[in-house]
Design a protein around this ligand. Structure first.
Ligand SMILES: Cc1cc2nc3c(=O)[nH]c(=O)nc-3n(C[C@H](O)[C@H](O)[C@H](O)COP(=O)(O)OP(=O)(O)OC[C@H]3O[C@@H](n4cnc5c(N)ncnc54)[C@H](O)[C@@H]3O)c2cc1C
Ligand code: SF4
Length: 597
């Protein structure tokens, strides 16, 4: 049973003869935040979302037990989730020639493809080409925030001023002091749980009640203290104390469901864009939403060169429409936003709108992951079970490399995400030898004694890592697709080697036996943290947007998602996407009122 309040009706009349103050493309973290800020400022906003409005609680079914599902969570026959080997052996488009009726990204393979089969895109309809890339997309109201992992971290001046610190790449046109007040607003408005640690590389948020660490995690935290490193409870973009100002969200009851599915919380304790941002924006009376609306061009006024609206196709009827607006805000996610800008060619903007610098699609960066370690906490073997997965996450170990030290093999750093203790299914059952009563006892005795963690490292932003439009390939609606020219470099490889060494040394320092290591890097794209394809900067020749995510070329065009990030940091991006979008949209509304757009 869920305690969610009825959402506002989404079957609104959309008047396309009208000129809106602003049109927003996309309804995820970025588009949702733009809608919240602009409607609060009284602007009249139209949101175009390519995906459907799903009955999301029925999709997620967070509390359904495996035995209550006819196929233990699997999608019906005909569905297939891509495997690691498919991504590494083949090149995109990965669904080409597949005998399966529907193909989804690897996230569908995380123990519950039935719960995400309508949220993730069908790769058959949404092909892409070029170099290997595991591109995870969610086309539905709320985008990927419906199933995100909720690790909500701030960036620091080690990121914003990375070049000043180590000489690589470019500094951002803002510093931590510029964005800090907006991180604070995001924390207060959406809720975040965690513990203050006073670390310069991972600034603290305004935290609600933290998750409890399990026994093994506390042991590791204590061990790390001796090394000057920190293990902190998962900083979850989850309201653990509740939010009095939001009737659509409930506080976290620690039902453990977060660990049992590819993601999603059907009582919306975990942040998602519809309940966190969009429904409250609709309640202002200033937001109109049109779902099933695939934007394929930002339209330009031939006289002024300014944006005048967005052309889109209805995903169901395939009819074409135009939405008119005084300001256009693109928030379709890093890669889709780059695609839309590149698709928007006109005599005024022959390389795509906002692309006089030639940087749209370039400087593409993200996180590298794969290496990790597993340990056995011997004091826990044979102990009675405890409820360890009744929480929205385990722990995070913030970056400790290249802060005061200088690593010989690589610049920048990485953090570890991990967890230890009991979970719904004892994963150790697969590796335990034997059978019968002794086998069951061995599995039970060891089930809660494991602790595992995996690294997430910064992939350097490089101009030569980019996406462009494939001249031939098109999606199911006839829109040109993206072509990838992207691969990890030597810095990422060296960093991944170090993750294994450091992971092992940390478990050993805590007196935890290392029982497994993963050394392989996962395919490009695996982190689902793609960034940087329309970066901010103060030089219009070397960047696409200014510090307010406003196009250098077209003053009434803003791009408010991760495409604007100048470097990837190793910290997860969503909280920064929203803080930046808040800051930019506040600026936008001010300029709009002054008549400057
Ligand atoms: C399984 C998973 C785990 C994750 N874990 C974390 C985590 O722990 N921490 C973290 O910080 N981040 C995490 N992320 C990433 C996080 O979800 C994204 O950073 C965030 O959702 C980005 O927001 P966005 O608005 O840019 O994009 P999205 O959320 O993808 O939203 C973009 C929206 O735009 C729509 N759209 C796309 N193209 C068009 C078009 N042409 N016309 C109209 N609409 C369009 C899409 O349908 C979509 O709804 C995770 C993601 C996944 C999938
Ligand atoms: S643990 Fe909390 S955030 Fe996670 S699904 Fe349960 S109620 Fe939602």
């Amino acid at each position: 049973m869920t305690s969610v309040k009825t959402p506002p009706p989404l079957s609104q009349d959309v008047d396309l003869s009208k000129t809106y103050d602003a049109v927003i493309v996309g309804s995820g973290a970025a588009g949702g935040m733009a809608a919240h800020v602009l409607t609060e400022q009284g602007m009249d906003v139209l949101m175009l979302e390519a995906g459907k409005k799903l009955p999301i609680e029925q999709e997620l079914r967070s509390m359904q037990w495996p035995y209550d599902h006819p196929r233990r969570g699997d999608a019906p026959p005909g569905y297939h989730s891509l495997s690691f080997n498919e991504y590494t052996i083949r090149t995109p488009p990965y669904a080409k020639g597949s005998t399966f009726k529907h193909v989804m990204s690897y996230v569908g393979g995380w123990g519950g493809s039935d719960y995400v089969k309508n949220i993730l895109v069908d790769e058959k309809d949404h092909p892409y080409t070029g170099t290997k890339y595991a591109w995870v997309r969610a086309r539905a109201l709320g985008g990927k925030t419906n199933i995100w992992g909720r690790l909500a971290l701030r960036l620091s001046d080690y990121d914003f001023k990375g070049k000043t610190h180590d000489g690589y790449g470019d500094d951002w046109p803002i510093s931590y002091a510029d964005i800090e007040p907006y991180y604070d607003r995001v924390d207060r408005y959406l809720g975040i749980s965690g513990v203050k640690e006073n670390l310069p590389q991972l600034p603290d948020s305004l935290f609600q009640r933290p998750n409890k660490l399990s026994f093994g995690e506390v042991k590791l935290r204590e061990g790390l203290k001796k090394m000057g490193r920190v293990l902190t409870p998962y900083r979850a973009g989850v309201t653990t104390d509740g939010l009095k100002h939001n009737k659509y969200r409930s506080k976290c009851y620690g039902r453990g469901a977060c660990d049992r599915r590819p993601g999603g919380c059907d009582i919306h304790a975990a942040f998602d864009s519809p309940t966190g941002l969009i429904y409250p924006a609709m309640d202002t009376g200033h937001l109109t939403i049109r779902t099933n609306s695939i934007a394929h061009e930002v339209l330009v006024d031939p006289n002024s060169g300014k944006a005048r609206g967005v052309a889109f196709v209805d995903s169901g009827t395939r009819k074409s429409y135009e939405a008119k607006a005084k300001v256009v805000i693109v928030g379709a996610s890093t890669l889709e936003s780059a695609r839309l800008l590149l698709l928007s060619r006109s005599p005024q903007h022959p390389n795509g709108i906002g692309n006089s610098s030639g940087h749209v699609g370039h400087n593409f960066c993200e996180h590298v992951m794969g290496p990790g370690v597993t340990g056995l906490v011997k004091d826990l073997v044979g102990k009675p079970p405890t409820l360890d997965d009744g929480r929205p996450g385990g722990f995070y170990i913030p970056r400790f490399r290249n802060l005061k030290d200088r690593q010989p093999g690589f610049v920048r750093g990485y953090g570890f995400e991990g967890s230890g203790g009991f979970s719904i299914f004892p994963g150790n059952a697969f590796g335990t030898p034997g059978f019968g009563a002794q086998f069951k006892k061995d599995v039970r005795d060891h089930a809660g004694a494991f602790i595992g963690m995996g690294g997430f490292g910064e992939v350097l932003s490089r101009y030569e890592n980019y996406v462009d439009l494939d001249p031939d390939a098109k999606d199911a609606w006839g829109i040109p697709t993206l072509r990838f020219h992207y691969q990890f470099g030597d810095n990422e490889k060296k960093m991944c080697e170090d993750m294994v060494v450091a992971g092992r040394e940390m478990l050993e320092a805590a007196g935890i036996e290392v029982v497994g290591t993963d050394e392989k890097m996962l395919t490009e794209g695996w982190s689902i943290h793609e960034l940087g394809t329309a970066r901010m900067g103060s030089d219009p020749k070397a960047s696409v947007l200014n510090q307010f995510q406003q196009s250098h070329d077209v003053k009434n065009l803003f791009v408010v998602d991760g495409s604007s990030h100048v470097s990837a940091s190793c910290q997860n991006p969503t909280w920064t996407i929203m803080a930046l979008a808040w800051r930019s949209c506040e600026y936008l509304a001010g300029e709009f009122k002054k008549g400057n757009l």
